[in-house]
Design a protein around this ligand. Structure first.
Ligand SMILES: [Fe+2]
Length: 218
């Protein structure tokens, strides 16, 4: 049971990071059971929202509910736990490398691409505020193609965008965490060699033994 498995995280970790999709349909009532588990954990919790959390248009309410419970919701913002700085944002789709969609042609395409650029700008703003030596980036969408491999290649462009990796590499980080790609790979690197880990729960559950979290040292 999730509650029992998460209870142990307090003994093993200093901070719990959740990389989005805390709900299936973004309904506030879906959040309640998870929130009840989180508040009992008594350790700092940092989250970003995922696309599922936007489904019903209540994303602001979800973020406010978590903030009121003491959970740090990153949305183009930062948080510091002891000597580690965290910068986070949801991110967006758009594709990777030479396959990245550019803002050319119809207004609709430009609007779509603009949403991805806006998320990259939010990450840029957050990372530029970090003053800690150790830096962790939290995203929902993937910044690299390597950690979405295993998904159907036709949907790669909808699993993240290299625009996020460009920002990470420009500012430097010790670790990047993301979710969203349920059937991707757990580990990869940005073009500059920064470690990226896909912590989608489906991948954690596929470990032996199955887990609901993964421990990282920074
Ligand atoms: Fe997602």
């Amino acid at each position: 049971m999730l509650r029992d498995q998460l209870d142990r995280v307090c003994d093993e970790a200093d901070t719990l990071i959740v990389a989005g999709d805390l709900t299936n349909f973004g309904k506030p009532e879906e959040m309640e059971p998870l929130l009840n588990i989180f508040v009992r954990l008594r350790l700092p919790i940092i989250v970003v929202l995922g696309n599922h959390d936007y489904e019903c248009g209540h994303q602001a309410e979800l973020a406010e509910t978590m903030s009121a419970a003491g959970i740090k919701v990153l949305d183009g913002s930062t948080h510091q736990c002891e000597d580690v700085g965290f910068a986070g944002t949801k991110g967006f789709v758009g594709g990777f490398g030479r396959g990245m969609l550019t803002a050319f042609g119809e207004d609709e395409v430009k609007t779509f691409v603009r949403a991805g650029i806006d998320e990259a700008v939010k990450l840029e703003r957050a990372m530029s505020q970090l003053r800690t030596a150790k830096r962790v980036v939290v995203l929902h969408y993937s910044p690299i193609a390597a950690t979405v491999q295993g998904e159907n290649p036709e949907i790669y462009p909808f699993l993240g965008t290299s625009r996020l990796a460009e920002v990470v590499d420009r500012h430097g980080a010790d670790l990047v965490l993301h979710g969203h790609a349920h059937h991707g790979k757990p580990d990869g690197k940005t073009p500059a060699g920064i470690a990226v880990h896909n912590v989608a729960i489906t991948l954690l559950q596929a470990q032996d033994p199955p887990a609901v979290y993964r421990i990282f040292d920074v």
